[in-house]
Design a protein around this ligand. Sequence first.
Ligand SMILES: Cc1cc2nc3c(=O)[nH]c(=O)nc-3n(C[C@H](O)[C@H](O)[C@H](O)COP(=O)(O)O)c2cc1C
Length: 161
Amino acid sequence: MGSSFSEGDYRELLRRYPTGVTVVSTTLNGRDFGATMNSFTTVSMNPPLVAVFIINGSRTLEAIGKSGKFVVSLLSGTQEDAAVGFSRDGDDEKFMKFSKSSTSDGIAYLNESIGRIECDLFMKEEIADHTMIIGKVTSSAIHNQNTSMVYYQRKFASTGK
Ligand SMILES: Cc1cc2nc3c(=O)[nH]c(=O)nc-3n(C[C@H](O)[C@H](O)[C@H](O)COP(=O)(O)O)c2cc1C
């Protein structure tokens, strides 16, 4: 049981850690931005804070910095097309292919997700090649009772009932 660091082994280990899958979105000057994110986590309940870690250079990250608002859509087990579509670098028309709605603040989100978390940007901190985005939850809603999406071993799967 060696304790030295091997990036290959480390990546291999992380692939065995299942996560949920979200699409983090915002709208700026009438343009919608969004990206698939599995780094979503809750931070605290009082006040309700969530975090997501976004690669520097992401257009969604830049737009959130300017709009000051974002929505986290929690994907259902049947939304593999959205998970793949919103992870496509350089695609400016991601939202065109999916049914969307807008929050009362005019921020776009995916209709078919199991639910959404609406946030105001609370804190933004650059950490190495990512930026930590902390959101203060202003509203949340359950959209349906579908199964949830899981990302595991570089594949998308669905939770049981
Ligand atoms: C399952 C999955 C999870 C991902 N999670 C993240 C993440 O947590 N943070 C991140 O910066 N990129 C993540 N990505 C990559 C982004 O979705 C991808 O870079 C996206 O194209 C960025 O789009 P944008 O430049 O339009 O913002 C993930 C991709 C996949 C497939």
